[in-house]
Ligand binder design. Structure first.
Ligand code: UD1
Length: 372
């Protein structure tokens, strides 16, 4: 019997996690992926262009939820997805990452008794002021199957009382996307277009509410970037949230005047072309901490904590404050390359492991039953 798998794609960081699994399911004779875009991100560069880069088809369903407060966005996704889940009755729902749509769809399916799988389960920043941490806790608490990227994630789930048989370590699926389109990334020369020397610039991304919503913190970050720009030219693809905040404080002009290249958010291939050619990344993103670890590129993370500690213990990541950015960057650039290691199962073959796990759980008698 063919198993219908709902895959939820909502916001930019989801698409690199969904694409490899969609391709693996579409190629399997015993599964049928149904791609559902909630519309949480809708700008072409934040959505359609990334779909095209990752060779994803047009979604089977588009919920068109858009922006709003957390309650509006979460509630809007729940109302819209419930209709589709009831009509389509999936054999499985797979949600990825930690955005509002992840928790929203997981709640809908769990209450309708459709089995829920969380891909990228078990990550914890232990900072409940982050909306993503709430989404991670909610989603993991109600998912039937928890696909984790690293041993720390398994340990977090076990400490929370999740039974072993629900946890499967599959590795880091984002890196499957990188390998899927590696030739296109290597062929794109976005740094060259911007007249930046290969290996001679830093790439910046910032969008966390804790960094960009409060003008004083945003200003501290801009001051730190201006200091770095004197040493290393910076290119900064600006997230819409950050663009609004920088413009409101007049800080975009300061960055431009100092020579920081402020550009639109980039589609996946162009963005990864910039990262692969960079001397370092300066970011508050989750995914970039992982991608730079995989690529062996120093990453300076402007956060107090990370839900991805393996990128520090085994990878190239460092947590920094605006005040320590410039000096930590110097140290990172001077660090010897041979210290870098790729975490186990971060190998571009995670989607195949997800498929094998789903198949094992769908097999005769093995179909999971919801928690008694
Ligand atoms: C969301 C996710 C975050 C993820 C990030 C990646 C949640 C709680 N947050 O945060 O985990 O790391 O996406 O980008 O789910 N906007 C546009 N165009 C778009 C999308 C958003 O202009 O395509 C604007 C919105 O109007 C809003 C702002 O950007 O003003 C923030 O967008 P939103 O999706 O609410 O949150 P993110 O900060 O993107």
């Amino acid at each position: 019997m063919i198993q219908r798998v709902h895959l939820i794609a909502a916001a930019r960081p989801n698409f690199m996690k969904v694409a490899p699994l969609w391709h693996a399911l579409a190629a399997a004779p015993d599964f049928q992926p149904v791609l559902i875009h909630t519309g949480q991100h809708y700008d072409p560069n934040m959505s359609d262009a990334i779909f095209a880069d990752l060779r994803l088809p047009k979604p089977d369903h588009h919920l068109g939820v858009g922006s709003g407060s957390h309650a509006e966005q979460t509630g809007g996704v729940m109302i819209a997805y419930e209709k589709i889940a009831l009509e389509d009755r999936p054999d499985w729902l797979v949600v990825v990452g930690d955005v509002n749509s992840t928790a929203a769809c997981a709640m809908v399916a769990a209450k309708l008794h459709f089995p829920v799988v969380h891909l990228e389960a078990g990550l914890r920043s232990r900072d409940r002021r982050m909306p993503e941490e709430i989404n991670r806790l909610v989603t993991d608490a109600i998912s039937d199957v928890l696909w984790t990227p690293s041993p720390d994630a398994d340990e977090n789930l076990i400490a929370e009382g999740v039974p072993d048989e629900r946890i499967a370590r599959v590795g880091n699926i984002m890196l499957d996307s990188f390998e899927l389109v590696r030739p296109a990334i290597e062929a794109a020369n976005v740094a060259g277009e911007l007249e930046l020397a290969q290996g001679g610039y830093g790439v910046v991304t910032l969008h966390r509410p804790s960094n960009v919503d409060e003008p004083a913190q945003l200003e501290r970050l801009v001051v730190a970037l201006l200091q770095v720009q004197k040493r290393l030219p910076l290119v900064f693809p600006v997230h819409p949230r950050t663009a609004q905040r920088l413009a409101a404080c007049g800080l975009d002009a300061k960055l431009r005047t100092a020579g920081v290249r402020l550009i639109e958010p980039q589609p996946y291939v162009r963005f990864m072309s910039l990262v692969t050619g960079a001397a370092a990344a300066i970011t508050d993103s989750g995914g970039i901490q992982e991608e730079t670890t995989y690529l062996g590129i120093p990453c300076l993370t402007l956060r107090e904590n990370t839900e991805r500690p393996i990128t520090i213990s085994q990878g190239t990541n460092r947590l920094v404050r605006p005040q320590t950015l410039a000096c930590e960057l110097e140290a990172a650039l001077a660090a010897p390359k041979h210290e870098r290691r790729r975490p186990d199962l971060w190998d571009g073959r995670t989607a195949a492991r997800c498929l094998a796990d789903l198949r094992a759980r769908s097999g005769a008698g093995a179909l999971i039953t919801r928690a008694a």
